[in-house]
Design a protein around this ligand. Structure first.
Ligand code: UDP
Length: 360
């Protein structure tokens, strides 16, 4: 029997990670074509993940990395449309909330192809955040909604979206579980930075609302410079550029700051798992520190991962140096962490549901 065809769109680091978990399950039921939009194209944010996580090589690369914002969405749409017309997939899968997600959603809808949104229903209720409009566009156009949390289902329901909404759990948790042995055994990364378990902070900062706003970025760097134990800060290219452009380099002089390039997946998970505290604005890291039961101080203005805050594992400090440092000193962890993000079976559940929907 001719297998139905799924076209999966990836473009940014968290999407490679999610694709790593989902692709092997999808391929049990479908022929899969992977399109890499080229949103993230450098070795540290892209190529390394394909190798480390054993992600099948993309069938197409759109190289849509010369533009940003609406131009990038348009660029991806034009190039993707040609591939979609040629491949004629039965369903298109998009992940999360990037420009690649929104562009993929519009191309699917305009070609009357079923659209599956992984990590559907997330909301920050602020349309000035670029990711928010990407999520809204995608959820309005999607046919199948795969939700990581119960809150996402409620938010979809509030928009009147109730059909084909599935609670699968979070697909990023799957990957932690499948690499758990390597993550736990990895001592090399602690040795590299000469740090000890539970005696350092792990920090990331990359979201446009922080990295492209001088005052917010300054507040976050100021906070990191005031932490009195080692702080491993993996510098995203966008943030590196912004620090140079805003002339904030002097805030990286603290002797406790260990600045490094974007790290691989296993090294990052090991650093999160063994940290005393995590300071981040990354959606992925927000979930991962929660899952590893490490207190997280969130530096974006709001999070869509409200369960992680409500359970007390994450604290929403926002881009405010005083609040971040205060939270670092006073964080009390709860004893309990629920399984609200799932148990590592989200990819299996998602592929099985798509199999039911498309093959039966
Ligand atoms: N991550 C990584 N190396 C790093 C920083 C983050 O592998 O140096 C991983 C992180 O553990 C998570 C994912 O990248 O799995 C999150 O991606 P990102 O922060 O770029 O995007 P977001 O989750 O905010 O959309």
């Amino acid at each position: 029997m001719l297998q139905k065809k799924i076209l999966t769109i990836v473009g940014a680091r968290p999407q490679f990670i999610k694709c790593a978990a989902l692709s092997k399950e999808i391929r049990k039921h479908f022929k899969e074509i992977i399109v890499h939009t080229g949103q993230h194209y450098d070795t540290e944010l892209s190529d390394n993940f394909f190798k480390e996580l054993n992600i099948p090589s993309p069938d197409y690369n759109l190289n849509a990395n010369l533009s940003i914002g609406i131009n990038q969405i348009a660029d991806i749409m034009l190039k993707l449309n040609i591939i979609v017309l040629h491949e004629k997939p039965d369903c298109i899968i998009v992940f999360g909330d990037t420009n690649s997600t929104a562009a993929g959603a519009i191309v699917a809808a305009k070609n009357n192809i079923k659209l599956a949104h992984i990590e559907a229903g997330m909301r920050e209720f602020d349309k000035s955040i670029p990711e928010e409009t990407n999520k809204l566009i995608t959820d309005v156009l999607a046919d199948y909604y795969f939700c990581a949390t119960p809150t996402a289902i409620t938010w979809l329901s509030d928009m009147g979206i109730k059909a084909h909404v599935y609670h699968t759990g979070d697909i990023m948790i799957d990957l932690i579980e499948s690499f758990r042995n390597q993550i736990e055994a990895n001592k090399a990364i602690l040795n590299r930075f000469q740090i000890e378990k539970k005696q350092y902070v792990f920090a990331t900062c990359h979201r446009a609302a922080n990295a492209e706003n001088k005052e917010n970025l300054k507040q976050i760097l100021l906070a990191l410079s005031q932490i009195t134990i080692p702080v491993v800060f993996t510098l995203h290219p966008r943030t590196k550029k912004a620090i140079e452009a805003f002339e904030l380099g002097h805030l990286l002089q603290s002797k406790n700051l260990i600045i490094c390039e974007p790290l691989g997946y296993i090294d990052t998970q090991s650093l999160i798992m063994n940290a005393k505290v995590v300071i981040t604005d990354s959606g992925g890291v927000t979930k991962e520190c929660y899952y590893h039961k490490v207190p997280g101080i969130l530096t974006d203005k709001q999070t869509e991962w409200v369960e992680t805050v409500n359970e007390g594992w994450n604290f929403q400090a926002g881009p405010n140096a005083e609040k971040i440092v205060d939270a670092y000193h006073n964080f009390k962890t709860p004893g309990f962490r629920s399984n609200v993000l799932g148990d590592g079976s989200a990819a299996h559940k998602t592929a099985s549901i798509l199999n039911q929907l498309l093959n039966h």
